[in-house]
Design a protein around this ligand. Sequence first.
Ligand code: 6U4
Ligand code: NA
Ligand code: NA
Length: 161
Amino acid sequence: FDKIKLYTNAFIVEEGRILLGYKKRGFGKDLYNGFGGKVEPEETPLQAAIREMEEEAGITAPLRKCGTLFFVCDGLDHAFHIDLYVANDYTGNITETDEMRPEWFAISEDTPSAPHPPIPYKQMWADDVFWMPMLLANRPFVGRADFAKDGTMQKWWFAEV
Ligand code: 6U4
Ligand code: NA
Ligand code: NA
């Protein structure tokens, strides 16, 4: 059964800032996102989230699950089930990889002396602006978004649980 492909997407949130990665290649190229990818057959989603964070950002983080999303894309024969994770600290040195360039963003635009730019929603998947506030508020959430072939989001539904 491979009609629903299981992915992870993970974020570091600390001291008023969030770590995103600029995707340099592959699916979602040129967009900022969390760190993540496919869950391999022999691992749990949490193990996959930790592994992908290590592979794409070079750090190890005590991730906890914070949400679940479903994406349906017109023209694809499968749907995406994405488990979302967050951690408030990490160990290791944040490292750019072939796939991702990690960058910090300020969580609140009205933090006067924030050294980081605000979260770049215009350079992110269209759904992110709807659930990111729940992630940042530590409120578990679920949601679904349907995308057209050109990548525009046609229908969506997100809710706290
Ligand atoms: P490889 O080729 O092995 O690096 P893999 O790491 O398995 O690929 P990748 O990097 O393509 O997968 O993962 C896609 C990432 O994009 C996952 O973190 C899930 C995330 N994603 C997919 N659709 C999304 C969407 N609409 N909104 C969002 N994240 C999405 O915020
Ligand atoms: Na990946
Ligand atoms: Na992968």
